[in-house]
Design a protein around this ligand. Structure first.
Ligand SMILES: Cc1cc2nc3c(=O)[nH]c(=O)nc-3n(C[C@H](O)[C@H](O)[C@H](O)COP(=O)(O)OP(=O)(O)OC[C@H]3O[C@@H](n4cnc5c(N)ncnc54)[C@H](O)[C@@H]3O)c2cc1C
Length: 465
């Protein structure tokens, strides 16, 4: 056992600490395609030296202080569903796996809040409060693979975010262990003007500023009614304009998802989608009168734009299959390089961004598909969720082509005035572009990192250099 492993086993109990081959292997990668590609090609690093599974905030603090004392890098690990390498540990790191801290601590039915330990899985959290008549309103596609702490730390977005908001809209209070090992608690209020709200430090911090141990989140009564519809538009520009017109006066359907022609054919051709059209799926829910009025308003916009009504089936199909994801193994074994990239822009820019991103991907050698959908909308703009697939002539070239595709999308997005990340965060992959987006604000982020983590041991290489 390593020195730090021995010390932690004494402090927390031998059952909390593991250096077994299986435990280390289970924490060597997250869901980043490139990390899996490197493993597949036998090019992965050594991985972590030790994994600890604390049961309490005090145990997390002890682990952090011990790592600081021994000068060992610390990587908080949730469900390992991050897709940008944020939880891929540097060689010899201490991984702090939060999943043993998985309790719902309180459901306040008067205030509509839930206090949850950071390691609770998203689907367990949702099921636990649904049984009591509430919903989290936060359903990322990875709900069964992600922890509450990970969702906070990556600034995540759920599929129903247009109505319920993203994680930053839902998080009211929290507790975290700082890189020094001290514990900070932020109490819960409906709103407060007590200076900058420090929970923002942890939303999207990806473990670089500390470890989230507890979150207090808004919850919602289960909706009384759900109404669904779908429409086909000739182009993405038309569909995006329809969404803009829906959200502009204040309608907030839970789901407004627009797929380009390629994705519409891939997902919905067997479910009534006309050929060569862009499908718009709409889900409205809440009090019955609101859901009905909202669906009517969406239908009015679609009709005014002469879209074709396709009915409920595409939405029913999506609702039933929305969390199905093939494993990376399938693509690796078939010589493919694939990934998804989420970006966002204001309404005046997003249609041009879509055209430019898809065109730029076309220049990547071996590209067999480049497509996008929009899935999270706001009064001011929307996101684009881009998918690419490349079939390299020589698979030894896979990493270079993967990075080329990412480079195209990042550079095009910056040039078109969009943000390089809508909801997956920065991880390790996007670090080179973050400075370009933040510009004058980047040194502020660096200064915060230095102030909170002077030794640079909290998840080094993730979020910022
Ligand atoms: C199939 C699939 C679908 C996805 N769909 C969505 C989606 O719809 N919406 C969306 O937003 N994301 C989505 N993601 C991305 C991913 O699920 C999210 O980023 C998620 O929030 C990660 O949570 P996790 O617990 O798995 O974190 P991990 O992957 O374990 O970690 C992610 C990052 O957060 C840090 N971290 C983890 N826990 C803590 C903690 N307690 N305190 C501090 N730092 C911590 C890690 O060090 C790492 O940097 C998807 C991923 C996959 C694989």
């Amino acid at each position: 056992m390593t020195k730090i492993g021995e010390v932690l086993a004494k402090a927390l109990g031998a059952d909390r600490v593991s250096e077994a081959k299986e435990a280390l292997a289970a924490h060597r990668v997250d869901y980043w395609f490139l990390a899996h590609l490197r493993e597949f090609q036998g090019r992965a690093g050594r991985g972590p030296a030790c994994v600890v599974t604390p049961r309490s905030t005090e145990e997390v603090a002890t682990a952090v202080r011990t790592a600081q004392h021994h000068g060992v890098a610390i990587v908080p690990y949730g469900g390992g569903s991050g897709v940008l390498g944020g939880a891929v540990p540097p060689d010899g790191a201490l991984v702090i796996d939060l999943r043993a801290m998985n309790a719902l601590l309180d459901l306040n039915e008067t205030a509509l809040t839930a206090r949850v330990q950071a390691g609770m899985m998203g689907d367990v959290y949702e099921a636990t409060i649904t049984a009591r008549g509430y919903t989290t309103g936060h359903y990322p596609q990875s709900i069964a693979r992600a922890t509450v702490g990970g969702l906070v730390a990556t600034r995540s977005a759920g599929q129903f975010s247009t109505k319920y908001g993203n994680i930053e809209d839902l998080l009211l209070g929290m507790e975290a262990v700082l890189p020094s090992g001290s514990v900070v608690r932020l109490d819960t209020f409906p709103r407060s003007a007590t200076g900058p709200q420090l929970r923002e430090l942890f939303l999207g911090s990806e473990g670089a500023f500390g470890i989230v141990t507890e979150a207090t989140l808004k919850v919602f009564p289960l909706p009384e009614r759900r109404e669904v519809a779908s429409f086909a538009f000739p182009t993405m520009a038309d569909g995006l304009e329809a969404i803009r017109r829906i959200v502009r006066p204040g309608w907030r359907p839970a789901v407004v998802r627009l797929y380009d022609q390629l994705e519409s054919a891939r997902h919905f051709s067997a479910h009534g989608a006309p050929a060569d059209r862009c499908m718009l799926l709409v889900v409205c829910e809440g009090p019955a009168a609101l859901a009905s009025a909202e669906l009517r308003a969406c239908t009015d916009v679609a009709e005014a734009m002469r879209a074709t009504s396709v009915g409920a089936e595409p939405v029913t199909h999506w609702l039933g299959n929305r969390n199905n994801v093939p494993s990376w193994d399938f693509f690796l074994q078939n010589g493919l390089v694939v990934d998804t990239i989420e970006v966002a822009a204001t309404w005046d820019r997003v249609s041009a961004l879509y055209d430019r991103v898809v065109a730029s991907l076309g220049k990547v050698p071996g590209l067999i598909a480049g497509s996008a959908h929009s899935s999270h909308s706001y009064g001011q703009g929307t996101n684009l969720y881009i998918t690419f697939a490349i079939k390299p002539d020589d698979y030894a070239d896979a990493e270079r082509l993967y990075l080329a595709a990412w480079g195209c999308v990042m550079e095009t997005t910056i040039a078109a005035g969009g943000t390089i990340a809508h909801h997956h965060g920065i991880g390790r992959l996007r670090v080179p572009w973050l400075e370009r987006e933040l510009k004058t604000a980047y040194p502020v982020l660096q200064a915060l990192k230095r102030a909170l983590d002077p030794a640079g041991l909290m998840n080094p290489g993730t979020l910022l250099r």
